[in-house]
Design a protein. Sequence first.
Length: 485
Amino acid sequence: MLNASLKELASALDARQISSVELTSLFLQRIEALNLSLNAFITVDRDGALAAASAADASRAAGDAGPLTGIPIAHKDVFCTEGLLTSCGSKMLSNFVSPYDAHVVSLLRDAGTVLLGKTNMDEFAMGSSNENSFYGPARNPWNTGHVPGGSSGGSAVAVAARMSPVATGTDTGGSVRQPAAFCGITGIKPTYGLVSRFGMIAYASSLDQGGALGRSAEDCALLLSAMTGFDGRDSTSLDRPPADLSAELDQPLTGLRIGLPTEFFGPGMDDDVRAAVENALDEYRRLGAETVQVSLPNAKLAIPAYYVIAPAEASSNLSRFDGVRYGHRAAEYGDLADMYSKSRAQGFGAEVKRRILAGAYVLSHGYYDAYYLQAQKLRRLIADDFARAFAQCDVIAGPTAPTTAYAIGAKSDDPVQMYLGDIYTVAVNLAGLPAISLPAGSGAGGLPVGLQLIGNYFEEARLLAAAHGLQRVTDWHLRQPGDGQ
Ligand code: GLN
């Protein structure tokens, strides 16, 4: 059962081979056994999960069950959950019990999923390795000395180590795709605006987007279908007809044009990553897809543009954490300004402070034109590059990350090195496009390699079908980390 797909779980529940309470208990036991070493969960809600599971069993008995009824799930701790700690990986919110549910959380609750708990993450979703969590790093189940990626590291670990069948994440510059790649699972970030940001603690609002992590494209399709939908409480939510992202999964790949950007295959990528990606592309060619050369000439500007825009938005979004209404407040202080400053100095970690400072700087009078405005212009150029490339191809392929998962501590003292690891993922967010990462092989030390497929706007179904097509003929997504932890 721990290894079953969502479809298999749903049919086992339907056939009464197992109840949701039994299934939930199985995953809770697994969490209990592994969380001490993997640190995937910040909060485990045993009682809430068992109560939700027994409600799901009752709905099913009453003949009222959908595809996700009774399926256990984990949410990244960036999503507000009513009555449960919502820490966002920060000391600042280490005492924050949310009074309401994020839109995604209520959609998935209404769909009958059973929330196991909240997963570890880089503080305020700022990071690529999960080392920026106030709760300590989550560990990669393929090698516990290595990072799981970030910022949705806990969600990726939970799925990879079979502590939860699926999990939610968010992706501002790669935070669903990169941890999925590092942990050998599948993760999709949809078109900006498809998943409501209501109740999703904001990092960089014009880039943040909720996404799905699962073992396979098939599981991600089911989960993401249940997460999308218009929400009037998010001003950037798109009002589109509901999509069944599973409907096109079995479409043949014959004639699919896969664009290979020269800039994604240049120097900078490790050899083992390159070899795995090339192998996966060969497999696609065998399946009838054709590959075409495309160019994204401004791709190299994505990191500088992103690391101006994201901190700028973060500096504004994080100004709400002032110790007044909720969150950490310093125990001792003088006047109001001193209370603000001590609470923020104590509540935020080093990386968050670095970004607030950088963001406030690039927005400041005198520097706004030189940095922020320039970065916005680059953002347009990057989006235009994609538009031109999509005139020649249906999807764009490349590595998700230039390396496999690195050792804990290897980059934590060098923020620029850490930022450079986001080279293949951030451009997608700047353009607002959908993209998926799927396991495509294993690199040095047996660590997973991720293949990234990028689609045009609203092409989630095509991306999932392209990923599923590969997963029907390969078994990279079925490989599992050893259980020796
Ligand atoms: N690693 C990137 C950053 O630190 C992306 C994070 C994310 O997508 N939330 O900003």
